[in-house]
Design a binder for this molecule. Structure first.
Ligand SMILES: Nc1ncnc2c1ncn2[C@@H]1O[C@H](COP(=O)(O)OP(=O)(O)O)[C@@H](O)[C@H]1O
Ligand SMILES: [Mg+2]
Ligand SMILES: [Zn+2]
Length: 588
């Protein structure tokens, strides 16, 4: 299935080991001296060179295995990320798994994918193959992680396994949806539909979904390529590769997803979007599906919206106490406008949802217009703009204003008409929240000005414009103090010798050193002077200076404070700097 894997016959254990030694030195991963020392030690203690290299601290385990994976063109995987089906475990006895330090991950047709710390070991591959009766596809993983996984999956009592089984069973509930009537014109489609309902396809898709949920992923990307369908999970904003789906199964998987999402399976050359609703135990999970025709088939992105997670409270978002008070004060106003800005995915909707949720107790009429509604807010009337049938934000906004609202959230100020109506609403006794795509807080003023909004009007309604980004939090399990490079410190304006924090990488954070994210904010609160500057069309810079004089922290400054406090790292904050140049074209 994995097209990149070299032919088994080509791997000659000794040759590969020689090449590994050669490449490790050549690429500067290990020095020749250390390699020699490790070789001697490995012989003496009768263990693998790889193990000795790691044990002696000459190279980190992850470095070594990533390197080996690249060299042998075998994917490096994190076995912690896999839910192992008990039936797969049955194929390889625990004894064998322990002997060779391997873990079967899953099987597809006549092939079983096995994580190994030593994929050069032809003997073990042959043995596993004859014991299981399947052809073995090796993937590489670290020794320690495999051992942990063996203990976890083979050794454990049935509790966790039962839980996983239940998850998978519950996921099957989804199959009921298949009974929906669909019209097929081509026989090929009928065949595909059948395939899509077959157990391996159902299980495969379910296992990815369950895995993504357990890992806390926000999106699953399925990207058809020539030889396989690449699978990537977005976790805390970053994409991580997972095992690809073999090309033979990708059409069936695609059809299955489209059926579940109520999409037209005969249309492959147009983008489509839909929704899957599943219940996993007592959790209700919504998945937003979007397809896009691409070179080798339809590219699919599944956005996971875990309704049970709910909207975070304002104090969970990442405001410093002082900023939280400022923000709470702003949203307690009776009228005016509050704008959120930043690129797609920076947390705007979440902040506004959590602001609105905190206002639901006030006996006020809260109404929203969104495209689409992402989470349910109890105590608000949420409506969706139906752009497909010719609906618009502006039209829906007009309709909402006839419904006697107190607080309004307009998903996005996409055009001048919408902005105009929203501003009028803010002027006539409503508190209006909305979002825009600009770099920073001051940028919204300029953007609205460019849309042709009257500056005087804007000055009189704008209460606050805030920009935000999300940065990854340092993993609390492996956080350590370290001494950053002097140049780096200087670059960020820290005094020499300053110690900062970072995550070393542990099992809990999948060795990334990060766990979860937190907002970084720049809150521009208007005052008399700033209002005046807005009304006289002052430059971006003038307004920025006035805002700073009025106490505004910039995004970067807020980020640096979070670095000093050990919440995040310099690298993440540097990202804040760079990412601020990118805009997304759609999304909110
Ligand atoms: N303050 C936060 N801390 C951690 N995660 C957040 C925070 N705000 C948003 N997120 C997560 O980031 C993702 C994008 O957030 P969203 O509000 O949809 O961004 P936007 O509306 O700017 O596109 C969501 O998965 C959300 O759960
Ligand atoms: Mg949004
Ligand atoms: Zn960690």
């Amino acid at each position: 299935m994995l097209a990149v894997v070299p032919q088994k016959g080509e791997i000659k254990s000794n040759n590969v080991l020689e090449r590994l030694k050669h490449d490790l030195v050549k690429e500067g991963v290990v020095t020749q001296d250390n390699l020699n020392l490790a070789e001697l030690k490995a012989q003496k203690e009768n263990e693998s060179l790889q193990k000795t290299l790691v044990k002696s601290g000459y190279v980190s385990e992850e470095q070594l295995f990533t390197f080996m994976g690249k060299m042998m063109q075998i994917p490096f995987v994190n076995v912690n990320n896999y839910i192992i089906d008990p039936k797969i475990l049955d194929l390889i006895p625990e004894k064998i798994a322990r002997r060779y330090n391997i873990l079967p991950l899953f099987k597809i047709e006549k092939e079983i994918t096995v994580a190994m710390s030593d994929p050069m070991n032809i003997v073990s591959i042959d043995d596993i193959s004859s014991v299981s009766g399947y052809k073995v596809e090796p993937v590489i993983a670290s020794e320690e992680s495999i051992l942990n996984a063996i203990n976890q999956w083979y050794g454990m009592g049935s509790s966790r396994q039962n839980f996983i089984n239940e998850l998978i069973e519950d996921c099957k509930e989804v199959r009921k949806l298949d009974e929906r009537e669909l019209k097929f014109t081509e026989t090929a489609e009928i065949r595909l539909k059948k395939e899509a309902a077959e157990v391996p396809v159902v299980r495969l898709l379910n296992s990815y979904i369950v895995q993504a949920i357990l890992e806390g992923a926000s999106d699953i990307h399925l990207e058809p390529k020539k030889d396989s369908m690449n699978v990537r999970f977005r976790i805390d904003g970053y994409l991580y590769e997972r095992l690809p789906i073999p090309a033979e199964l990708s059409p069936a998987i695609t059809v299955r997803i489209k059926i579940l999402s109520c999409l037209d399976i005969s249309k492959k050359r147009v983008p489509q979007d839909g929704r899957i609703s599943i219940a996993i135990r007592d959790k209700h999970i919504d998945i937003r599906t979007s397809t896009l025709p691409s070179m080798f088939g339809e590219n699919i992105v599944l956005r996971i919206l875990d309704q049970s997670k709910g909207v975070p409270t304002l104090s969970e978002l990442g405001f410093f106490d002082n900023d939280l008070n400022i923000f709470k004060n702003i949203i307690s106003a009776n009228m005016g406008m509050i704008l959120a800005t930043g690129p797609t995915g920076c947390g705007k909707t979440t902040t506004i949802y959590s602001a609105i949720s905190s206002l639901t107790k006030l006996n006020k009429n809260i109404m929203t217009i969104e495209d689409p509604v992402e989470y349910e807010i109890k105590g608000a009337v949420q409506s969706q703009v139906d752009t497909k049938s010719g609906g618009s934000f502006a039209g829906s906004l007009r309709a909402i204003l006839r419904q006697d609202p107190d607080i309004i959230y307009v998903g996005e100020m996409r055009d001048s008409e919408t902005s105009e109506i929203a501003i009028r609403a803010a002027l006539t006794g409503h508190l209006v929240f909305s979002t825009l795509h600009t770099n920073d807080a001051v940028g919204t003023i300029v953007r609205l000005r460019d849309m042709g909004i009257d500056s005087g009007l804007l000055a009189s309604v704008l209460n606050c414009s805030f920009a935000q980004r999300l940065v990854r939090r340092i993993c609390p399990k492996c956080i350590t103090e370290y001494q950053p490079d002097e140049n780096l410190l200087a670059y960020f304006g820290f005094s020499p010798g300053t110690k900062l924090w970072k995550g070393q990488g542990c099992e809990s954070c999948c060795r990334t050193g990060y766990k979860g994210r937190i907002g970084v904010y720049e809150i521009l609160v208007t005052n008399k002077e700033i209002n005046h500057l807005i009304s006289v069309n002052a430059s971006e810079n003038e307004i920025l200076e006035a805002a700073k004089a009025h106490g505004m922290k910039t995004l970067f400054e807020d980020g640096l404070l979070k670095v000093k406090k050990g919440i995040t790292t310099l690298e993440e904050i540097n990202g804040v700097r760079n990412k601020s140049d990118t805009y997304a074209e759609n999304g909110d």
